[in-house]
Structures are given as structure tokens and as C-alpha cells.
Design a protein around this ligand. Structure first.
Ligand code: FAD
Ligand code: A2P
Length: 330
């Protein structure tokens, strides 16, 4: 037994599906038409996050994307060098059949990048004022009927396996990282001829209760499907005993059924999506609890280092997800 626990056995790896990628490349985007754009937060929140639906019917993207993949948006206008803006990626929040059931309408969960301006490099001017991200604000401003340039799909591994019922699932999300999981969970539970009867756990991390995304969708899926379990971890709110709820990895540590049972099974797949850096705490916690081995390949230089002492840079270079762990952070 190493710091990571049991060893990865490829016999339990998922059978991968063939996915199509880049059927619409960034050099030749196609035009989608917005069909809906709604706030998807639960009331008053410091964030602005919208569920945006785009009709790609009649373009090469129609019917060619899968839940979990991303698509690209090419923003209008030019950058500070006068060059056309580069494409930005957004996770597809719909199941493979789309929002319409026919693979024509895809959706995403777009967060406006709005912040106090902060210089990012030594060359950047030092000024006060707001910083507005280019693409996220354009996407959030779109109205039904508006046209938008799209590309994709992108992403090969961050999809459901070919035989979903052969596996149980732990989905870990922070913020808009919930987007691909909305699509995947709708697909598992409502997208096929019969609901997938696997055990499925979704853990969603948000700053405040008002920041939970698609909360009503997940609550009603959990009411309807006994195998689906929806957990929330609200970092700036407390538990009934007054202790902070913490981050998703603190929750994973507290919830014995998630680590000692779910993650310890040979059939479980782990998907992680959201804030860059969220994997640090998750990987350290899994290794400390002895359930990392099946999901993580840890370089021998780290094998004798206590997981709590792993640095983010070590994790980036020396901890690689196995085929049982799908990671998408940005
Ligand atoms: P930009 O105009 O590109 O600005 C961002 C840049 O501005 C940063 O790189 C940084 O250098 C700089 N900057 C940031 N903050 C400040 C500041 N305060 N002051 C000064 N400069 C600053 N986003 C979603 O909302 N939903 C999704 O589902 C989603 N999925 C993604 C999936 C993938 C695979 C990837 C890679 C990214 C995903 N993103 C998603 C992020 C998305 O692609 C964009 O990066 C995001 O929307 C910001 O783009 P923007 O054009 O608005 O910002
Ligand atoms: P906090 O902001 O309290 O530090 P959003 O994208 O809507 O801001 O939500 C991201 C959520 O993830 C917040 O609850 C945030 O907590 C939390 N978070 C921030 N950093 C990490 C991290 N390294 N690991 C896990 N969760 C994190």
C-alpha cells in the first residue's frame, strides 16, 4: 500500500466511446441562433451566471456533440492588437440529445467575468475600474434570436463511458463546473430508454446557497431516482454545529459513504470539473484516505511524501489521473 492506497487495475477501466471532435474548427466557425438565455442562480448572488441555449440545427454540429464535451464561441470584435478575438470554450450543459431531444439545441452555463481590474503581468497598466471578460459578457448579453459564431465539439475523455450501467459515479463540481454534469446526469437518468440504475453522487461546491446552479433540477431528479444523490457544500456557510462546511474535499473526507464505500468500489468513475486548483485538495484527500490508487498515478518521487505536503506544482507534474478519473479544470 502506498500513500495513494490500492493500485490501479486497468481491468476496471471504462470502455471509451468514440467521440467526434472539431467538426467545426475555430478557423471556420458556423452560426448558431440563441433560443433562450436565463439566469440560473437561486435569487440574489454576487455572481451572474446564465443558462444559454443555442440552436445549431442545419450546421455540422447538429447531432455531433456529446454530454461532457465543450463547444467554442468566437466573440465579436477585435483584441487590443486589432486581431479577431480567439475562440473561448464552454462546457455543454445538455445531454447528447440536446435540449430539444433531437441534437439541435445545445446549452451552456456561462459566468460573466466581471471583477475589479488587477494587473496580470508586470507590463499591465496599474489602474482602477472594472474588468469585463470579452466572451462571457457577450454570451450572457445574447437575446433569443441573436446569432453567435460557434465551433467544436472539443474534448475526448470527459464523457460518459460506452456502457454506463457498468459503473457507479462520483461527480465533483465547483461553480460552472456543474455544466457538463447537468448534461451527463440528465443523460444517465432521463436520456435513454430506461434510467441508469447505477449509484450516482453529485457534490456541488458553491460560495453561498444562492449560488447553487440548477438546484431545482437536481433536487427533483434526486426525488425521482433513488440511485441519484445530490450533495451541496457551501463554503461560506456553516453546518448545523457551527463548523464551516469547507470545500468539496472536506466534504469527501467527512462523508464516509463516499470514500470508504463509493470510491473503494472497482466500478466507480470519478469526474472532477470546475476551478483550476480544485483537484489539489481532492487528490490529497483521496491519497490520505487510501482511495487514490485506482484513480491516480502517482510518480515515485511523491510516493513517500505525505499527501498534505504535496504542492500544487507537484500535483500538476507528478499526479496523473488514470482512466477511472476524468478531470477538467479551467
Ligand atoms: P477574457 O476576456 O478572455 O479575460 C480573461 C483573461 O483576463 C484572463 O486570462 C486573465 O488574464 C485576465 N483577467 C482575469 N481577471 C482579470 C482582472 N480582474 N483584471 C484584469 N485582467 C483579468 N466558462 C463558463 O462560464 N462556463 C463554462 O461552462 C466553461 N467551460 C469551460 C470549459 C473549458 C474546457 C475551458 C478551457 C474553459 C471553460 N470556461 C467556461 C471558461 C471560458 O472559456 C472563458 O475562459 C471565460 O468565460 C472567460 O472568458 P472571457 O472572454 O469572458 O474573458
Ligand atoms: P470560496 O469562494 O468560498 O473560497 P464560484 O465559481 O461560484 O465562485 O464557486 C467556486 C466554489 O469553489 C466556492 O465555494 C469556492 O469557495 C470553492 N473553492 C475555491 N477554491 C477551491 C479549491 N481550491 N478547492 C475546492 N473548492 C474551492
Amino acid at each position: 500500500m502506498t500513500a495513494s492506497g490500492t493500485v490501479h487495475d486497468p481491468a476496471f477501466d471504462p470502455e471509451l466511446v468514440d467521440v467526434e471532435m472539431h467538426v467545426v474548427p475555430p478557423t471556420a466557425p458556423v452560426t448558431g441562433v440563441v433560443t433562450a438565455n436565463e439566469l440560473c442562480l437561486r435569487g440574489k448572488s454576487a455572481s451572474f451566471i446564465r443558462h444559454v441555449c443555442i440552436d445549431v440545427g442545419g450546421t455540422p454540429l447538429e447531432g455531433r456533440f456529446r454530454a461532457g464535451q465543450s463547444f467554442g464561441v468566437v466573440p465579436k470584435g477585435v483584441d487590443e492588437h486589432g486581431k479577431p478575438h480567439k475562440v473561448r470554450l464552454y462546457s455543454i450543459a445538455s445531454p447528447t440529445r440536446g435540449e430539444d431531444g433531437e441534437g439541435r439545441i445545445l446549452s451552456t452555463t456561462c459566468k460573466r467575468l466581471i471583477d475589479e481590474y488587477r494587473p496580470q503581468t508586470e507590463r499591465d497598466e496599474d489602474r482602477t475600474g472594472l474588468f469585463h471578460g470579452v466572451c462571457s459578457n457577450q454570451v450572457c448579453d445574447l437575446s433569443p434570436g441573436d446569432e453567435v459564431l460557434v465551433t467544436g465539439p472539443a474534448g475526448k475523455r470527459f464523457v460518459l463511458p460506452a456502457k454506463p450501467e457498468n459503473h457507479d459515479y462520483l461527480f465533483l463540481a465547483t461553480g460552472t463546473g456543474i455544466a457538463p454534469f447537468r448534461g451527463m446526469i440528465l443523460e444517465l437518468l432521463e436520456g435513454r430508454s430506461a434510467p441508469c440504475e447505477s449509484e450516482i453522487h453529485l457534490v456541488m461546491g458553491a460560495p453561498y446557497t444562492s449560488d447553487l446552479l440548477y438546484h431545482d433540477v437536481f433536487r427533483s431528479l434526486a426525488d425521482k431516482h433513488p440511485g441519484f444523490h445530490y450533495h451541496t457544500v457551501i463554503s461560506r456557510e456553516t453546518m448545523p454545529d457551527g463548523r464551516p462546511q469547507g470545500y468539496i474535499h472536506h466534504y469527501l473526507d467527512r462523508e464516509t459513504r463516499l470514500h470508504a464505500d463509493l470510491l473503494s468500489r472497482d466500478r466507480t468513475l470519478l469526474y472532477i470539473c470546475g476551478l483550476a486548483g480544485m483537484q489539489t485538495g481532492v487528490f490529497q484527500t483521496m491519497a490520505r484516505l487510501g482511495v487514490g490508487g485506482a484513480y491516480l498515478k502517482i510518480h515515485e518521487e511523491l510516493a513517500d511524501v505525505a499527501p498534505a505536503d504535496w504542492k500544487a506544482a507537484d500535483i500538476k507534474r507528478r499526479v496523473r489521473p488514470t482512466h477511472r478519473c476524468m478531470l477538467e479544470v479551467y
